[in-house]
Design a protein around this ligand. Structure first.
Ligand SMILES: CC(C)(COP(=O)(O)OP(=O)(O)OC[C@H]1O[C@@H](n2cnc3c(N)ncnc32)[C@H](O)[C@@H]1OP(=O)(O)O)[C@@H](O)C(=O)NCCC(=O)NCCS
Length: 161
């Protein structure tokens, strides 16, 4: 799909159903490029429930959405008050066109405006190069288990000062 029409805007509660589904579609459509079927199944066994998205988004974090021409969420990122970048997910139909990159630029600018001193994230193999292009550096590889399945990601950090 054409990402040129995608607009970055603040999250709204009516984004929740689209975000719940795109989370699952991103893991299974893109995650399999770097992770096994067992790993992606453990990562996202099923789409999120909209209530899960609503609950997370209401806990004080700031969420930005990339919306398509019909104003449907096709990607999102969220930032917690302490500088932790939590979710960054892009629907496969819009991948590889810089949408996540634009979301990350928005988060970095917002965090700087809020006076947050540093950003940190646990980035997947897919997300690592996107964060690296935006000044994040790997501080550690993290090997752990999700639902009994071994998986890994990378702790990354970027100072904003
Ligand atoms: C990680 C993820 C969010 C990246 O989303 P994305 O929108 O495809 O990311 P971008 O388009 O900004 O960057 C991805 C690639 O597109 C390329 N790209 C960037 N802008 C581009 C443009 N305008 N035109 C074409 N390609 C472009 C980038 O160079 C990058 O290439 P690389 O893979 O060789 O590094 C997505 O892969 C995803 O949802 N993965 C599954 C879930 C996941 O891993 N989430 C992260 C958890 S921490």
């Amino acid at each position: 799909m054409e990402a040129a029409t995608v607009v970055i805007r603040p999250y709204r509660t009516d984004d929740a159903p689209h975000m719940a589904q795109l989370y699952y579609d991103a893991v299974h459509g893109l995650g399999r490029r770097e992770y096994s079927a067992a790993q992606t199944a453990a990562w996202a066994p099923a789409p999120l429930q909209p209530i899960d998205v609503l609950t997370r988004a209401a806990d004080g974090r700031t969420t930005f959405v990339a919306a398509d021409a019909e104003d449907r969420a096709v990607a999102y990122v969220d930032l917690e008050a302490d500088g932790h970048v939590d979710h960054l997910y892009c629907h496969p139909d819009f991948a590889g066109q810089g949408v996540a990159s634009r979301l990350l630029e928005t988060v970095i600018q917002h965090a700087a405006e809020q006076g947050i001193a540093a950003l940190y994230v646990e980035a997947s193999e897919l997300a690592r190069p996107v964060f690296e292009r935006h000044g994040f550096a790997v501080t550690a590889r993290r090997d752990f288990e999700v639902r009994g399945v071994p998986i890994h990601n990378y702790a990354m950090r970027r100072d904003l000062a």
